[in-house]
Write a protein that binds this ligand. Structure first.
Ligand code: ZN
Length: 208
């Protein structure tokens, strides 16, 4: 049961944009306080439930699709862990920002030198300023990439154009924490898919 309360739940803001992953414990607390509603992607389409509705249909759901959900035992009844909850208020959770750090840049670039395209171990990687600092390049997601020592040295204080070295892809700010890896079940996968469409989500589908 402890594990079910730790189950990941996708939190949406009022405008249905993914904000972050919270634990089922946190999701139930938001539902109880009527700060959020459940969003379930079902065969007939997307449905919303307030906490009372979600409790009311718990028994029926357990009979029909009990094996598809994780269940949390409360004093009164067993409740399915909702795959997605949506906040009614917009401001409480600002959109999740990923910290600009070496670790996160390496993770975003998948430990791949963005010039030669090869994968390296962490200790063999450097951070390269695409537009070099000597030419006014800043520390931003769009200007920092993973590079191997060899490519970094070869490029020196030049832009990719000046060095005639192409980036294998354009560096961008990640939408969510690139280090985050989650294992989710089929219900979450089906429901989350509707709200997440970016490649930074490293969702691994768990066998049911
Ligand atoms: Zn390289």
């Amino acid at each position: 049961m402890g594990a079910a309360l730790d189950e990941p739940v996708l939190l949406l803001n009022r405008l249905y944009a993914a904000v972050r992953i919270v634990s089922a414990r946190r999701a139930f607390s938001l539902l109880c306080k009527q700060l959020a509603e459940v969003i379930a992607v079902e065969e007939e389409g997307m449905r919303t439930y307030d906490f009372a509705d979600w409790c009311d249909i718990a028994d029926v759901r357990r009979e029909l699709e009990g094996d598809q959900y994780r269940w949390v035992q409360t004093p009164r009844l067993k409740l399915p862990v909702p795959p997605v909850v949506r906040l009614f208020s917009y401001d409480k959770f600002p959109k999740l920002e990923t910290k600009l750090s070496r670790r996160n840049i390496f993770a975003r670039d998948e430990h791949r030198c963005q010039y030669c395209g090869q994968r390296f171990r962490l200790k063999d990687l450097t951070i390269d300023h695409v537009n070099p600092r000597v030419q006014g390049g800043e520390n931003t997601w769009e200007n920092l990439v993973c590079a191997c020592y060899k490519c970094n040295a070869k490029k020196g204080g030049r832009t990719p154009g000046q060095a005639n070295m192409m980036l294998i892809r354009k560096p961008q700010r990640p939408k969510v924490d690139p280090n985050r890896k989650l294992r989710v079940g089929p219900v979450q996968f089906r429901s989350w898919k509707a709200f997440l469409n970016n490649a930074y989500w490293n969702v691994e589908l768990r066998e049911s």
